[in-house]
Write a protein that binds this ligand. Sequence first.
Ligand SMILES: *Cc1c(COP(=O)(O)O)cnc(C)c1O
Length: 294
Amino acid sequence: MLTKLLSFKPSLIEPVVNLSACDVLRLDQIDAQISGNKVFKLLGHLQRAEEQGFTKLLSFGGPYSNHLHALAAVGERLDIPTVGVVRGYSHVPLTPTLEDCQAMGMALVFADKKTYVQRYLADYQQQLATEYKAYVIGEGGQGASGEEGCELLARYCQRSDSLPYDEVWLAVGTGTTALGLAKALHRQGSQCRVVGVNAVADQGECLQRWQQNMPSANWQLFDQYHHGGFGKCPEVLRALIQRYDQQDLPLDPVYTAKLFWAYEQQLLLDPELAEKRVLLVHSGGLQGRRGFSL
Ligand SMILES: *Cc1c(COP(=O)(O)O)cnc(C)c1O
């Protein structure tokens, strides 16, 4: 199942032209349909669904959700029917994201705001599981099963000269991807530091979760680079995206643009950073650019 989804390509790592000593892991380029960290987050859930005998997958997301997009792509690739519960009223016309999801075979169900807020409740999830005979995945693929799949990311974080990276940087939403990666690195005895750039103004929620769950003390979370909160993409970030577009490194406005912004800012603040071997994880999400007229 795994090999059908992810072919291991060490060539996903490339240097960042304007930033010496820094590489980028292009998870946006796994293949034409499958891309980004969301696929890794789905792996553990796929395993659970199979073990429990489910033949359909259901999850939640907004009208530009990377998670629903990845779920639809995975479902299409593995021939597993998928259902997407979408926040908001029926979008007519559909967003490009939802159009893709539908084209990849996902059945869309629209939930009004009052219903959608229940998405974390066990009762509501059980009701959906029964109604659609589907395995229910929490919004964004978070939780222990989500982390499990992200442990695989450690395999992709190897330098071609086999010298280890000093730091791996990721954009953070729920923090699940970074936690999974950190667990795998820790188990391997790696000294590599996991550095997160929070794309969400979450009042310290992720920080607290990491303090409780990070396998080692060797990590850092930047909470000051969210540019006003989740989904906010002010002019300075748009300019950064354009700059990277010109060197064929397309970034998404919600996550990876904030990651590159943070790294550039920290380079100015901390000259020692330029001496470190750093890997920036491009976690995908490029399909979401269509919601920002980029
Ligand atoms: C969802 C997402 C993230 C955040 O992943 P978490 O595991 O929630 O921290 C980062 N980048 C992109 C492109 C995403 O779609």
